[in-house]
Design a protein around this ligand. Structure first.
Ligand code: ATP
Ligand code: MG
Length: 227
């Protein structure tokens, strides 16, 4: 298996004809690494993450997923690649309030027929792996923000994706829970996943194997940890 999961070549995203929210970004994301993307508000981080995750199209440039060009595929084909390859975690957890923790984790599995009836067991295992074995039957409102975000991470892992993309995953959390979430994501990178985290949180620097800085649509690798 090759190390690179997602490769971006010269991505540009233009809004209102002249504004380049993403302006010529090339990068290769590898398995087993924790990437942190930092940068000012409006610098293009979310736009870039959505393009890398095939949730949005670039205006130009290309995206390769496991070596195959995914830039010009139909939406249905992109959805399939997303389902198999990428798990998303957002600032708001978007858990279904009417479902228990394990049922929320099972949700993405229902669209993957191969997983079938093992789904419930697997959901509980994923939650246990994130330290939530005694929360599987809790509803979201019965859990702390950090616990809910870990349920959202378990859900992102439902289909065993190669990559986890997280946009401000600790935005609503206190410091203790921030650490729990970053520790969890770091553990996933160590287990071989490719983890990409967009964060304003300075703490993320401690976790990053590769620190990327976004500035006015351009991305550069930080020269050192002081950058
Ligand atoms: N759909 C859109 N239409 C027009 N402009 C957009 C659109 N989406 C984003 N933008 C603009 O692109 C720029 C980058 O936005 P983006 O959301 O990627 O920034 P960000 O780095 O994620 O910021 P933040 O840290 O505040 O989340 C901003 O100037 C934003 O206003
Ligand atoms: Mg953003």
């Amino acid at each position: 298996m090759q190390d690179t999961v997602i490769e971006a070549r010269d991505l540009v995203k233009t809004f209102r004809k002249t504004f380049h929210a993403v302006d010529g970004v090339s990068l290769a994301l590898e398995r087993g690494k924790f990437y942190a993307v930092m940068g000012h508000s409006g610098s293009g981080k979310t736009t870039l993450l959505q393009i890398l995750g095939l949730l949005d199209d670039a205006s130009s440039g290309s995206i390769l997923v496991n070596g195959a060009d995914a830039s010009h595929l139909k939406e249905k084909e992109k959805a399939q690649i997303r389902r198999d390859t990428i798990g998303f975690v957002f600032q708001a957890y978007y858990l279904n309030p009417k479902l228990k923790a394990y049922e929320n984790v099972m949700l993405p599995m229902y669209i993957n027929p191969q997983i079938g009836k093992e789904a419930k067991e697997r959901a509980k295992e994923l939650l246990a792996g994130l330290g939530l074995e005694d929360r599987t039957n809790h509803y979201p409102k019965q859990m702390s923000g950090g616990e809910q975000q870990r349920v959202a991470i378990a859900r992102a892992l439902a289909n065993d994706p190669d990559c986890i993309f997280a946009d401000e995953p600790t935005g609503n959390l206190d410091e203790e829970n921030e650490r729990l979430v970053f520790d969890t994501l770091k553990g996933l990178a160590k287990s071989g996943k490719c983890v990409l985290v967009v964060s304003h949180n300075e703490v993320v620097r401690e976790y990053a194997d590769c620190l990327l800085l976004m500035e006015k649509g351009k991305l550069k690798e930080a020269d050192d940890r002081e950058a």
